[in-house]
Design a protein around this ligand. Sequence first.
Ligand code: DAH
Length: 335
Amino acid sequence: MKDTLEKIRHDALKDLDTAKDPQAVNALRTRYLGRKGAVTQCLRQISTLPPEQRPEAGKLANTVKKALETAFTEALKRLEETAGGPLEALDVTLPGRPFGRGHIHPITQTAQEACDIFLRLGFEIVEGPNVELDYYNFEALNIPKDHPARDMQDTFYISKDVVLRTHTSPMQVRVMEKQPPPVRIIAPGPVYRVDSDVSHTPMFHQIEGLMVEEGISFGDLKGILTTFVHQMFDEETALRFRPSFFPFTEPSAEVDIQCVICRGKGCRVCSRTGWLEVLGSGMVHPAVFEMVHYDTDRYTGFAFGVGIERIAMLKYGIDDIRKFFENDIRFLNQF
Ligand code: DAH
């Protein structure tokens, strides 16, 4: 028995030396240690030996069994390491895992589309700070401290004189302060308000527009905004200019477009009115021109502010503005 066990150990280790892959090692393990394996057979025969030989034979059989276990396990580990992982798991015929390709966020897409329309109309793009002085956000726009018009926009105050801009309108002042007329700019970007529900998020996006020159009239405002709406939606979309109030324009108008869902018949989205409010606009107030030392006898201009999320919601029929900011891939993939 002793000789048999020593021979088994010797043969097994020799065979193991020639094993080139995990399958071969596993086959050897079965041959020597499996249910019908050589070592197992020996262990079984121990009970047939004379009692005085049994302890020694049993001890040796277990030693050989353990030694071979260790040798097989180590051989497997070595082979798998040199192959860079469990060989069985590598199927070179499997198709590769695709990397999801990113794309432009629907709000950015809508903003770019809107900007492109104004670029074609001769406007230039400018950008400015999101953390803004109270002076530009309010005061220079004819909204003095403690003026009731400040209630129109719930403001995030950083300090007494610094706010998160509540609209892109401060860019009007920043631009005019730096250059004389003619001015023809748009200013896209994020704005912030203390507001949160299905149609409001604390951060959203606007595009500001400003055109100042000699002889600019309300007709120019109507022409530019009509072109914008027709290119953003379609030529069939009717517009309506509704008298309104903004401290920095006089006269002021809110622009409604014919409901893109029901085509003006009246539905849930347009609260049965057939119209949807899309932007604020007006002729630049002389008080604003005075802040930037423009000659109010010589120059006139118009300004407008469009909500980008609002346009995107109408364009794509989205009923909850928060969807744009949840970053759900299933939603974003549709654009
Ligand atoms: N800033 C206004 C708002 O956020 C929108 C607006 C109205 C902008 C009239 C303008 C304008 O430039 O002329 O509510």
